[in-house]
Write a protein that binds this ligand. Structure first.
Ligand code: NAD
Length: 488
């Protein structure tokens, strides 16, 4: 038996959730769909509010001793978790590939990157030091203390990466974490929680699965949860803000969607910009289902044709297929809803006058089952068109033409989102001027897609509040306490 055979047969096992040293037997289960067939892949636990309460209670009990460990000791445990994940990388990556339809090489990267984030947070141990503040002859200092049990609610598009990396900051800061795994792709998070028992105290990291409106909402509303870190759609983010406010005073951060511009100016390295535009769309990692995807390509009119031709040639070479097949570059989108949304967006683009340069419907050569969308490039897209303003979260790139720097920045900033942006130019002054003027939380100059752990990642406007992947994220899982010591 190969690892692939092992994982394929393990997918249909009875999935239960770790709970401390034992398991949580939920009363209900729900069907996890297979994006490659449209059928049901397996059943996962469908947590009720009572199930969530049990996981939170166990996490709460584990947190006290964990917070007493020094940051370095906690960091050692996080590094051990990173090693454990890498030791089990093939199994975890296969679970994500099968469950989410993502090509296997991309999911192997995700496992490694989650390990890197755990290690980065472990490296930041001394950032939890607080400050002494020279205000008088007395001693004034601050402590960075944990919240207790933190809720982490994550989306489907990088299942293991989010499960492994988004627990790093809260754990490092001395909290326990309960993770709401994505409805569509819960398997690798469950497996991670099983594995993590080897290196983390029992119950400190809990996973709940099931529906957002029940399991996710119960977690947000739970009285022991005062800190919620959410990643997902703007609609759900706003629901969570409302729900949190109804159930207490809670600190909620939100990492939401994007409609991210990449601007290419005439003096740029056009070949590199065109390659970066395709990479930035994340066609081959997640079929375009990434929050940071540069899904609006804003080309200066002087070089538009050259860049478009190169982009179309590259997109034409993307091989769509089953995520485990050799040579597959891009898999299906996650489910019927995402499939319909992508196809409807293409139709609305056509209706608004856009021309389809490549793709434009269901992918060819993949049969009639599964949620396979052809990688699509739309040109002649007007800035007011829905396809230029709304997040599609599928493999659809919209190309817009701009005449100068001012127009490029204006069009870039004209949407409701502000997550990432990219600028391609070799003019140093123009590059920094545009980066400063773009209303986005994360800007690449002559780049796209790549994240650098330690550089704050977060959105503006409807793309969210708060920053992740950085010291800012670590400190956001602490609360400041000021202490004044009378010495005179
Ligand atoms: P989603 O909002 O539908 O679901 C995200 C999570 O929220 C899931 O675990 C779901 O179960 C849970 N949830 C749903 N309703 C809930 C409720 N009422 N209470 C509590 N939890 C609830 O998002 P999705 O479709 O899984 O993911 C796609 C979205 O995520 C896109 O908008 C994308 O841009 C965004 N995203 C953002 C980032 C970022 O870092 N900014 C990263 C990845 C994805």
């Amino acid at each position: 038996m190969t690892v692939v055979d092992d994982v394929l047969s393990a997918v249909t096992r009875t999935w239960t959730l770790p709970l401390g040293g034992g398991t949580l037997q939920t009363r209900g289960v729900y069907g996890v769909d297979d994006p490659c067939t449209g059928g049901v892949l397996t059943q996962a636990p469908d947590c009720s509010a009572e199930d969530v309460d049990r996981v939170v209670a166990v996490a709460h009990a584990a947190q006290r001793d964990w917070a007493l460990r020094t940051p370095r000791q906690r960091g050692t445990a996080l590094r051990a978790l990173a090693t454990l994940m890498r030791d089990n990388a093939e199994e975890l990556a296969l679970l994500d590939a099968i469950d989410g339809g993502f090509p296997l090489p991309a999911m192997r990267d995700d496992v490694n990157w989650a390990g890197e984030v755990l290690e980065m947070m472990a490296d930041a141990a001394l950032e939890l030091g607080g400050r002494t503040i020279p205000l008088s002859a007395n001693l004034h200092y601050t402590l960075q203390q944990p919240y207790g049990v933190v809720a982490r609610i994550v989306p489907f598009n990088h299942p293991l990466f989010f499960a492994g990396s988004k627990i790093a900051a809260p754990l490092m800061a001395g909290n326990a974490v309960v993770l709401k795994a994505p409805d569509q792709t819960p398997l690798s998070a469950i497996r991670l929680a099983e594995l993590a028992r080897e290196v983390l105290p029992e119950g400190l990291f809990g996973v709940v699965t099931g529906r957002g409106a029940t399991a996710g909402a119960a977690l947000v509303a739970h009285p022991l949860v005062r800190r919620v870190g959410f990643i997902g759609s703007p609609t759900t983010g706003r629901q969570i803000q409302r729900l949190a406010a109804e159930h207490g005073v809670k600190y909620v951060t939100l990492e939401l969607g994007g409609k991210n511009p990449m601007i290419v100016m005439p003096d740029a390295d056009l070949g590199a910009a065109a390659r970066s535009a395709v990479v930035g769309m994340n066609f081959t990692t997640t079929a375009g289902q990434s929050c940071g995807s540069t899904s609006r390509l804003l080309l200066h009119e002087a070089i538009a044709d050259e860049v478009i031709n190169s982009v179309v040639d590259q997109v034409a070479a993307i091989k769509v297929g089953h995520p485990l097949s050799d040579g597959t570059d891009m898999g299906p989108v996650i489910d019927q809803a995402q499939y319909s949304k992508s196809l409807q967006a293409i139709e609305s683009g056509r209706a608004a006058g856009a021309s389809v340069l490549i793709g434009g419907g269901r992918a060819e050569g993949v049969g009639d089952k599964g949620w396979y969308v052809a990688p699509t490039v739309l040109a002649d897209v007007a800035p007011q068109a829905a396809v230029a303003r709304d997040e599609i979260f599928g493999p659809v790139l919209s190309v817009l033409i701009v005449r100068d720097e001012a127009e490029a920045v204006e069009v870039a900033n004209s949407v409701e989102f502000g997550l990432t942006a990219a600028v391609w130019t070799n003019d140093l002054r123009q590059a920094h001027r545009m980066a400063a003027g773009l209303d986005a939380g994360y800007v690449w100059i002559n780049g796209s897609a790549r994240h650098y752990w330690g550089l704050p990642f977060g959105g503006r406007k409807s793309s969210g509040v708060g920053s992740e992947e950085s010291t800012e994220e670590l400190l956001s899982y602490t609360q400041v306490k000021a202490v004044s010591v009378t010495l005179d």
